[in-house]
Design a protein around this ligand. Structure first.
Ligand code: ZN
Length: 277
């Protein structure tokens, strides 16, 4: 298995193991647990181990490979992203809002939902950027590479069959990028994507709360995460009415603050241009 940052995270793993081992050896040799070198070794081991776990579970992982979650820029540009669709009637309502506002967005579609609503998926792809969000939205955090690969390939086939497009972006369901997820996605030619702000909109808070959370967290170069679908559920079990109600307010507030809207590939270009030291 190839890891983009194998040397870095293996070094961190080394510190975690060495710190724990040294602290253990010193304690076993009869030195007091509270002695400074033992505490220092244990502390370094815990810190390195904690960093590894944090990075494994984070949507902004760096240690295990590149995950794009914001653009390094001062320009007032953001990317709106929507996950878990297509899902009738919400995705269609969202397309109307975005069209009316002249905003291009990025949709991470679930293969299973694309199979159910191929025409809706195609309509999204004809106007916006579509990314891969796996076939049936599993937790991949501890999955084997083969499972990750299969999920990506099945979704890719479904999206290609319905829309004729081939996604190059991938967002992991539930946001946890383990090293095996990143390496499997990269081997298949994907760029992994996270987000800089979300609104816990799956809990269906009032639209005002969704709007406030997004506006509060969004900065120049930011990536927002909202949902036009709900796992592999369909209407009426899936209810995204609060999210859809929030989107026009989010867009008009951002416009009033001087923000413009880019798709994720455009935001990545901006990052490549402005992010150089
Ligand atoms: Zn999702």
């Amino acid at each position: 298995m190839r890891h983009p940052r194998a040397h870095t995270w293996q070094a961190v793993a080394g510190i975690a193991a060495a710190g724990a081992a040294l602290a253990g050896l010193r304690t076993a040799a009869g030195r007091p647990v509270s002695s400074a070198p033992t505490l220092a070794a244990a502390g370094a081991g815990l810190a390195a181990g904690g960093l590894m776990v944090y990075e494994w579970l984070s949507p902004r992982s760096w240690l295990y490979g590149p995950v794009f979650w914001h653009a390094r820029t001062q320009e007032r540009m953001v990317a709106l992203t929507f996950d878990d669709g297509p899902c009738h009637p919400y995705t269609g309502q969202l397309l109307e809002i975005l069209d009316r506002e002249g905003v291009k967005a990025t949709f991470f579609q679930i293969g299973n939902n694309v199979r159910r609503e191929p025409n809706l998926a195609a309509e999204v792809a004809s106007q916006h950027v579509v990314g891969n969000h796996t076939f049936d939205h599993p937790h991949l955090v501890w999955s084997r590479t083969g499972t990750v690969r299969e999920q990506l390939q099945r979704a890719q086939e479904a999206i290609h069959d319905a829309t004729g497009t081939i996604p190059h972006l991938f967002r992991v369901p539930h946001g946890s990028y383990g090293p095996q997820v990143i390496s499997a996605a990269e081997e298949l030619g994907f760029r992994c994507v996270g987000w800089s702000v979300m609104a816990w909109d799956w809990d269906r808070p009032p639209w005002q709360v969704i709007e406030r959370r997004i506006l509060h967290g969004l900065r120049p170069g930011g990536v927002s995460l909202l949902h036009d679908g709900q796992d592999t559920d369909a209407f009426p079990k899936a209810d995204r009415s609060h999210t859809i109600a929030a989107v026009p307010h989010i867009i008009s507030s951002l416009k009033a603050s001087g923000y413009g809207f880019l798709t994720l590939p455009e935001l990545m270009d901006l990052d490549a241009r402005d992010g150089q030291p």
